[in-house]
Ligand binder design. Structure first.
Ligand code: ASP
Ligand code: MG
Length: 433
């Protein structure tokens, strides 16, 4: 008998009809003899609606109370889903994150899971129930307050539970059929990826592919849980994220067939519109300045990505340092740097939030020279100007103007031969909010 953890995102449980459809799928797994643990997100855009509500009563809601409010979304969907399953003659019990043993640190809004003690979930399974768990939430070990894991955090809940329960697979259901070689909304000819390794998936997630949260893939890699990303609107095989084989009980004719297809050099093209570029102009070119600047940024808990330092042509002895950061952290970064302007001794700041980031990810890059040149040729043919460039062993990222990003993604996708003949990418639902 196998244990399956299934996670359903907001668009899969957006209304009563969708909840009933999901309940049917869960019941069919029970009938096939699997033990099932389900992790749910809030229905539809409810989390956003709750954030809007909070903002109407307070411009800066206290983080503890905001977390308390937001976790209500998942509590609604878990109870409603349990009822729908009961209505199909299977028994289900719902649990909050705290009841399910999801223990986190004490930070609100982006808490980290530090332990999972799923005793109650295990007993529910032993007693023959489907266990339904509210995603995206936990309880702090020290303060005992209710915490949330950050937007999209239900994926991490699912993988963490799968790891703690030693599940055979963690199925992540959303409104597309899997991980695609590019966002099908931009590249209609994008292809579904059959299987992808953890490291490549992490690079895709870090580069803006929204289908899986980065932290969830990191967690899966550490614990070795195979993830199957698929649609709750179809029964198609989705994308397997694993470094190993697809687990035997889940192999089908399609997976066998696709396993024989040769792995491409490039897995996919990701893009990100949520970053901005900050340039610190006229920093004294002496040891210690970068340390000073980036320590300050780190203290603000801002994740930076690309960094470029250039000797200023006008003023020898000075350099310009540019880096990319989440647009949402732009104001915070500017404020903290301005406050230290005199100690760092820079001239001024330049902020640009009209940028886009494109990343090409593929394990085959390690052993295939020319991958970078091919990207630059494709962008040049489209007359797309490149601003910043960074590379890792399996990723090349470039920053372009925001308005050029879609064309750049399409060009790169075509250049690596990733376009499929038939439009297989279907976006079933969701508002993409
Ligand atoms: N409901 C939360 C959100 O919208 C968590 C999740 O969807 O995973 O971010
Ligand atoms: Mg959601």
């Amino acid at each position: 008998m196998s244990l399956v953890v299934q996670k359903f995102g907001g668009s899969s449980v957006a209304d009563a009809e969708s909840v009933k459809r999901v309940a049917k799928r869960i019941a069919s797994y029970r009938k096939a003899g699997h033990d099932v643990v389900v992790v749910v997100s809030a229905m539809g855009d409810q989390t956003d609606d709750l954030i809007d509500l909070a903002q109407q009563v307070s411009p800066v809601p206290p983080p503890r109370e905001l977390d308390m409010l937001l976790t209500a979304g998942e509590r609604i969907s878990m109870a409603v889903l349990a009822m729908a399953i009961a209505n199909l003659g299977e028994s289900a019990q719902s649990f909050t994150g705290s009841q399910a043993g999801v223990i986190t640190d004490e930070s609100h809004g982006k808490a980290r899971i530090i332990d999972v003690t799923p005793g109650r979930i295990q007993s529910a399974l032993d007693d023959g129930h489907v266990a339904i768990v509210a995603g995206f939430q936990g309880v702090s070990q020290t303060t005992k307050n209710i915490t949330t894991l950050g937007r999209g955090g239900s994926d991490t809940t699912a993988v963490a539970l799968a790891a703690a329960l030693n599940a055979d697979v963690c199925e992540i259901y959303s409104d597309v059929d899997g991980v695609f070689t590019a966002d099908p909304r931009i590249v209609p000819t994008a292809r579904k990826i059959h299987k992808i390794g953890y490291e490549e998936m992490m690079e895709m997630a870090a580069s803006g592919a929204k289908i899986l949260m980065l932290r969830c893939v990191e967690y899966a890699r550490r614990s070795g849980v195979p993830i199957h990303v698929r649609s709750s609107f179809s029964t198609h095989t989705g994308t397997w994220v694993t470094d190993g084989e697809i687990p035997a009980p889940f192999r089908t004719d399609t997976t066998e067939e696709e396993d024989t297809v040769e792995q491409p050099i490039i897995s996919g093209v990701a893009h990100d519109r949520s970053e901005a570029k900050l340039t610190i102009v006229g920093v004294p070119d002496v040891p210690g300045k970068a340390a000073e600047i980036f320590s300050l940024i780190a203290e603000q808990e801002i994740n930076i990505d690309m960094i470029v330092q250039n000797i200023s042509t006008r003023d020898p002895g000075r350099t310009d340092i540019s880096f990319t950061l989440p647009m949402a952290d732009g104001a915070k970064a500017i404020e903290s740097l301005e406050a230290r302007k005199d100690t760092i001794e820079f001239d001024h700041l330049r902020y640009d939030d009209q940028i886009g980031k494109l990343s090409v990810v593929g394990d085959g890059m390690r052993s295939n020279p020319g991958v970078t040149a091919a990207l630059f040729r494709a962008l040049s043919a489209e007359n797309v100007n490149i601003d910043l460039i960074s590379t890792s062993e399996i990723r090349i990222s470039v920053v372009t103007r925001a308005e050029d990003l879609d064309r750049a993604v399409q060009a790169a996708h075509g250049a690596y031969g990733l376009d499929s003949e038939d439009n297989e990418a279907v976006v079933y639902g969701g508002t993409g909010r």
